[in-house]
Write a protein that binds this ligand. Structure first.
Ligand code: IPE
Ligand code: IPE
Ligand code: MG
Length: 237
């Protein structure tokens, strides 16, 4: 972990937690066992982010496209989420993690929706803010924001000319959260898969050949070190 210790970590890191299924397959286990191992990996990395002083950690846990999976797999993922949130609510003060949820939660079970709302409302301004992307899609988020803005126009509260990039930001699930400087995708896939389309306009992407359940704090150090080697120009010179 020596590499990044001397470097200031990005204030906001986003991770596409991918590769759970392949991890399970390699071991001859059901896919749900891969998701359980992925949940452990998340706990480890969230703790490590707190140690590093990362302020925001956004994780892609379930996409708007993941409903295409088998009922069994979806139920397994939802069960793990429920268990994780119950535990998080119990250990809120010990873990010092503050929760936000990005995505359309209305498609989740009422029980899971309640856990999300409780976790969010009981969160305080703790050391790390975890933004959990659940039933999240970047396109869905933009459509949802456009609809919310249009609704305010229809009610006469705003006019179309008022809309700027900054104002549009306020209608996104991520309102008030700065854009991620670094987006990490483990698992070897090199695509965005509908993650933070608006917010990652100028993020640095780091793709890594490790499956999410095998992702360690050393991998995070490696991604941060790679981020520090990049030259961010934002369209300038
Ligand atoms: C990511 O792991 C978890 C979710 C998408 C819920 P995958 O389940 O996509 O794992 P692979 O890509 O099949 O290995
Ligand atoms: C992205 O992984 C979604 C999550 C990690 C939650 P997927 O496994 O769903 O993405 P694709 O299908 O490989 O693009
Ligand atoms: Mg995958």
């Amino acid at each position: 972990m020596a590499n990044s210790e001397s470097l200031v970590p990005p204030q906001h890191i986003a991770i596409i937690m991918d590769g759970n299924g392949r991890w399970a397959k390699q071991r001859g286990l059901p896919r749900t066992a891969g998701h359980a191992a992925g949940a452990e990996s998340f706990r480890r990395i969230a703790n490590y982010c707190r140690t590093l002083g990362v302020k925001y950690l956004t994780v892609y846990a379930f996409s708007t496209e993941n409903w295409k999976r088998s009922q069994d797999e979806i139920a397994g993922i939802m069960r793990l989420l429920r268990r994780y949130l119950e535990e998080a609510l119990r250990d809120m003060e010990k873990n010092r993690v503050c929760f936000r949820f990005f995505g359309d939660l209305t498609r989740l079970s009422p029980q899971l929706q309640k856990l999300c709302l409780d976790a969010q409302s009981r969160s305080q301004d703790y050391d790390v803010q975890v933004n959990f992307c659940l039933n999240y899609g970047g396109r869905d988020e933009i459509v949802h924001a456009a609809r919310a803005f249009a609704d305010e126009v229809a009610q006469g509260k705003r006019s179309p000319e008022e809309l700027t990039e900054g104002l549009f930001d306020n209608f996104l699930y991520s309102a008030g959260v700065p854009d991620p400087e670094l987006v990490i995708r483990p698992s070897g896939e090199k695509r965005i898969s509908n993650f933070l389309l608006w917010q990652s306009a100028y993020s640095e992407y780091v793709f890594m050949n490790v499956l999410w359940p095998d992702f360690t704090p050393e991998h995070l150090d490696e991604a941060i070190a790679e981020y520090h080697r990049r030259n961010r120009r934002f369209g300038g010179t």
